[in-house]
Design a binder for this molecule. Structure first.
Ligand code: NOJ
Ligand code: CA
Length: 516
């Protein structure tokens, strides 16, 4: 692949929600120094790259996705120097760090927005999207009016506090207030984002996960305008930061990778996509219809069809990133029990592309429905503090009194914790660590090595080959099933595989990685 940083081929990402990872100073909320003190754990588990959710100055109406100052770390997490130190400490351990770039909107408390809202024209007047008078809220978009002296309504990109930055329109249908994406009046908006990127790359960041990457240019049905902008960012990286990467929150790999130039695109839980079929899907009665649910007996063919097509389409240009979950969805443990998740992780960690594991999924943290915090709503239950040690106060997350915690820890007796899982054999954690280590030591299993389906049947048995010699066979069901080939040179097995001549019987819920 052209201009693709080599390190990405062997990257296994760990997503950190900074509020909830580790509280280094005992004030009840996670922070950057806390992350630094856990880098050895991250490395020990086999992760060599991080994505950290937004850690910038913000009023936190959307947990930091409402940025007030792109150039300043939020005081609750530390300082810019702490972040630079995190980059250095991570790099010392061979860990890359992606920040979260939020280009589609800012907080309404951002200085740019305050200037844009002034009635007198100034250099920020076109930085956001305004209608041509305070009574006009054109159809098809979300607007706020009556909140500023400027004679116009402003467009939102997400929540109330998140006005849309103005990258112009691809199809201009109402010229009295819409500006073309090619107009020089909107050029400063993307230039400002490029400046934000350079600022953090110069301090040591290894790239960005890009929030709502497809949302920039409005009325852009084929994403030609939005892609034109991202190509500029990719060009800047290729020329000046060839080791840096951009991962898009887009969930349309052919467009995000081939057209917009992202190195990787997230495969999220959207309908008909791989992760929906594999982990989340339910039938009309509400029962799981996910491939990895042992009683669902879902065909492997149906699960893979869209994915295989998109993989083929993007093969020469970038990587698809399958995720175990993230801060926007219920945790994997809400959908699959541990025996099912073990197989799901074999799958996730042996697919091509660049995998992402959400913090806590490696020990099986649960989803805890609760009252919303900072715009989390149903997502809040996936954002609870990391569980470090069952024998310590607040499970080792923080020394603060329980009522001062950002969110409470899982108070169940059997809440899974790092200290206990790393000290025992055959835990979910040890399983994931072994898979991570296997991937690092086996080039066939890494991002760019090709995938070929060998067996894919309606009973659910799946066998694929990675590279020339490495095979993965899965029987997700609660019944034994036959694999139509011999299993030789086993590198890893969860479950049991028994040779029967030229075929192999896979015991219920078995996954095996082998070579021949
Ligand atoms: C996607 C982020 O992952 C989510 O947490 C956020 O609320 C929205 N984008 C808006 O920025
Ligand atoms: Ca703290």
């Amino acid at each position: 692949m052209h201009n693709m940083p080599e390190w990405l081929n062997d990257a296994i990402f760990y997503q950190i929600y900074p509020q909830s990872f580790y509280d280094g100073n005992g004030d009840g909320i996670g922070d950057l120094n806390g992350i630094i003190s856990k880098l050895d754990y991250i490395r020990q588990t086999g992760f060599n790259a991080l994505w950290i959710n937004p850690c910038f100055d913000s009023p936190f109406k959307d947990a930091g996705y409402d940025v007030r100052d792109y150039f300043k770390v939020a005081p609750r997490y530390g300082t810019n120097d702490d972040l630079a130190r995190l980059f250095r400490e991570a790099h010392k351990r061979g860990i890359r760090v992606l920040l979260d770039l939020v280009p589609g909107h800012t907080s309404d408390k951002c200085r740019w927005f305050k200037k844009s809202a002034l009635p007198v024209r100034n250099r920020y007047s076109d930085r956001y999207i305004w209608s041509d008078n305070g009574w006009s809220r054109p159809d098809g978009y979300n607007w706020v009016t009556g909140n500023a002296d400027r004679n116009g309504a402003y467009m939102l990109n997400f929540f109330l506090g998140q006005p849309a930055l103005n990258y112009g329109f691809y199809n201009v249908t109402q010229p009295d207030w819409q500006i073309s994406y090619r107009d020089k009046r909107v050029k400063p908006t993307f230039d400002a984002m490029l400046k934000v990127m350079r600022f953090w790359l110069d301090k040591g960041a290894d790239g960005f996960r890009v929030d709502m990457a497809d949302s920039l240019v409005k009325n852009d049905p084929d994403k030609t305008g939005t892609s034109y902008l991202w190509r500029k960012a990719r060009k800047m990286l290729n020329e000046h930061y060839p080791e840096a990467v951009l991962v898009s929150e887009w969930c349309n790999a052919p467009v995000a990778i081939n057209k917009a130039g992202f190195h990787c695109d997230f495969l999220l839980n959207h309908g008909n996509k791989l992760t929906d079929h594999a982990f989340y899907r339910r039938n009309q009665e509400g029962a799981s219809a996910a491939y990895f649910c042992k009683t669902a007996h879902i065909s492997a063919t149906a699960m893979l069809s869209t994915y295989l097509r998109e993989l083929e389409q993007t093969r020469d240009n970038g990587y698809i990133s399958v995720v175990s979950g993230n801060h926007d969805v219920e945790r994997l443990s809400y959908f699959l029990d541990e025996s099912e998740r073990r197989l799901a992780f074999v799958f996730l960690l042996t697919l091509p592309g660049v995998p992402f594991v959400y913090y806590g999924d490696e020990i099986g943290m649960r989803y805890i429905p609760q009252q919303s915090k900072e715009g989390g709503f149903h997502r809040t239950g996936s954002r609870t503090p990391m569980q470090w040690d069952a024998d310590r106060v607040n499970l080792g997350f923080s020394t603060a009194p329980a009522d001062k915690l950002y969110l409470d820890v899982d108070r169940r007796q059997d809440a899974p914790c790092v200290a206990q899982q790393t000290a025992s054999e055959d835990t979910l954690w040890s399983h994931i660590r072994a898979l991570n280590q296997l991937r690092h030591s086996c080039p066939d299993l890494q991002a760019g090595s090709p995938l070929r389906i060998e067996e894919c049947d309606d009973g659910g048995v799946l066998c694929y080959r990675r590279g020339e010699h490495t095979y993965v066979a899965i029987n997700p069901a609660d019944k034994a099933q036959t694999l139509n080939r011999a299993v030789t040179n086993v590198l890893y097995i969860s479950g049991k595989a028994t040779a029967r001549g030229n075929v192999t019987e896979l015991a219920p819920q078995t996954a095996v990685i082998f070579q021949n």
